[in-house]
Design a protein around this ligand. Sequence first.
Ligand SMILES: CC(C)(COP(=O)(O)OP(=O)(O)OC[C@H]1O[C@@H](n2cnc3c(N)ncnc32)[C@H](O)[C@@H]1OP(=O)(O)O)[C@@H](O)C(=O)NCCC(=O)NCCS
Length: 377
Amino acid sequence: MTPEVIGAGPVRLRPFRPDDAEDLAAGRDDPVNLRFNPVGMPHPYTVADAHWWISEGAPAAWRSGGAAYAIVDSGTDRLVGGAGLSQVVPGRGQAELGYWVAPRARRRGIATATTRALAAAAFQAGLARLELLIRAENPASQRVALAAGFHPEGVRRSAGLDRDGSRYDLLAWVRLADDPPDPVPRLLPDLPDGRLTDKVVTLRRLAPADAEALHRLHTRPEVVATRVRPVPPTRADIDRRCAVAESEWLTGRAADFALCDAATGTMVGGCALVHDEPATGQAMIGYSLLPEARGRGLATRAVRLLAGWACGPVGLARVWAGTATWNTASQRVLDRAGFHREGVMRARLPAPTPGAPRPDTVLWSFLPTDPHPLPPR
Ligand SMILES: CC(C)(COP(=O)(O)OP(=O)(O)OC[C@H]1O[C@@H](n2cnc3c(N)ncnc32)[C@H](O)[C@@H]1OP(=O)(O)O)[C@@H](O)C(=O)NCCC(=O)NCCS
């Protein structure tokens, strides 16, 4: 790439200049930026660090075949962020793309416009494959990736190196030169107004602050007994599940919900739609309630809302659920929510202890054409 100015909607990309230093230091010295772009990032990020980047770091990136752009406001020419290409592998026509936006300029489409424009210029310059490596805990960046035509490809285990020397996984989001530049269609859309509700229960996306309630729920013995492997999760497992719930949603793997009392907003359980068979247009649901919320029909309401969303906006052809053969309460929920009992899947689950028989599962399904007693609004 050559350091030419690139127009990107409300912003443009141009090489850094010495008078960007104050804005660069102010924009870079931000905990979110530090968390998600830790490599080689001084903390605190001073004006002296900014001058080093402008005079040494960015020119070195250009010399190595990459790119290091200031993102500037088209009207004022003031710096609002940075973007670039690194880890260029010329023999494979491949590079990594990266970006950051100053806190005061976020949520205005700047990263999305920048990524689209920089990707177009990189493909124009002959690259064939661009990678965005993103932490699962960073939904804002994954939304940028989706909006700029990048596809979720998988997990690069331990590819990230933190400031303290610890390693973490990174998700690879990839766009090829011949992929369309349009936003990538999602298997799991966002919820209307962020929730599904029938005014008695509300389902919303699971969030990091739900970890304590979810841990309490999933360590109850009767809930543990219904897990695929009947072993209680650790608090770290649950923290991670909550931290990556938005990522799982964006990549289309699972929609993980907090099940809340609509009147108080208190989380009283959880439910999920797991996209286990996208190729056949079907997905599985699961649900559980804290003991104090049982016996009031809340699980039935949640399952109806979830099945209605799955067969409506998500567009699934079939939703399925499996219950333990002994779990009459759960079977009653599915029956009342309009699911059909299809039969028994023999030895479906792993043995709970070595040498024990593999448990059977009762199979239930719901189709878009099935009567739906309480459609979600
Ligand atoms: C990630 C980052 C660059 C996004 O910049 P931005 O200019 O605010 O992004 P956009 O305005 O183009 O928004 C893109 C999408 O992210 C969403 N978004 C923005 N901030 C969000 C947040 N904190 N949580 C969830 N979604 C968010 C926007 O709503 C938009 O979604 P949509 O396309 O579904 O409407 C910015 O938050 C940032 O600099 N973060 C720190 C550095 C970083 O993470 N860099 C990427 C490392 S991989």
